[in-house]
Write a protein that binds this ligand. Sequence first.
Ligand code: ATP
Length: 334
Amino acid sequence: MPAKTIAVLTSGGDSPGMNPAVRAVAKTAIRAGWRVFGISNGYQGIFDDEVMELTSRSLSGILDRGGTILQSSRCKQFMKPEGRTLALRKLREQHIDALVVIGGDGSLAGALELSRLDFPVIGIPGTIDNDINATEMGVGVDTASNTIVDLIDKVKDTARSHRRCFLIEIMGRNSGYLALTTAIASGAEVVVIPEYRYNMPRILDLLATRYRNRLNDSIILLAEGVCDADTFIQHMMREAGEQGLQQEVRKTVLGHVQRGGRPSHFDRLLASRMGELAVTALIQGETGSMVALSKGRLTLVDLERVCGGKKAMPSDLFRLARQLGIEFGDTVEV
Ligand code: ATP
């Protein structure tokens, strides 16, 4: 009987740690006697036949590299049922028996659709946003958080030197996780996140009090899911009215540097553990699930559950932020 074949792809926004995940998937499969193919450019690579065999040689030297050697994309064709039917045919033509999808919530929704077509698939959460339901962490969150804290520390140096207030825009799509946790870890005074409604009078009051007390290096973190930095500064000016802001507010948009860089120890380990479990589970006949981190342990969670709910932020983070005196607004009424 010919060896069975597994394929792996990375999809959606890249995140540091995708390479260690690909490496662990491939090494585990090779060790089990399976052939492994890497599909380039996310789901788009299935349509374009961008499929190459992964060998020990091609995996060498990728563990510590940021981004994804397989490259990634957002693929419209895969969003449509007829596109997925074609993708399924393509996978079968390539004699691929099972697929590991590494990506964010959109990519995992795609994996769920494939499993509904009876194709064996397992997902690995790969995102810097930490917005994937049913897992405590996604691959890439730790590295991105460390990068952000490092950059905030640098902005603080200049804030202190010039007595300036800085507004720093942070990634995270619709989640405030990155902004809130890095606010706690960097000692920011204010954090503005989608989960809470910001209170501009209180923010201005806090900044004014600090300024009066010669604490003139205030940092505000703004999650991109709320609005962009320019819009927020305009709101600050409007609220300050004729008297204006007492202190100059400069903006810094961290941008895509947040995604890059060598994966941290945590992400390398998490990615390797998740990659190994994904393949071990697929070989044992598991399908339609995602590898998740729950209470520090790896588990398999149904993709139906992953894609059917919104990830809630750990509530202790809000309590902690409050206790530390970080201003983050009021509960959003539903
Ligand atoms: P990130 O969190 O970094 O944005 P993501 O995986 O959520 O990553 P998306 O752009 O949402 O990024 O999705 C990536 C790709 O997954 C899409 O371009 C599309 O090919 C596929 N995809 C997304 N949602 C679905 C869906 N509901 N059904 C089928 N495929 C989907």
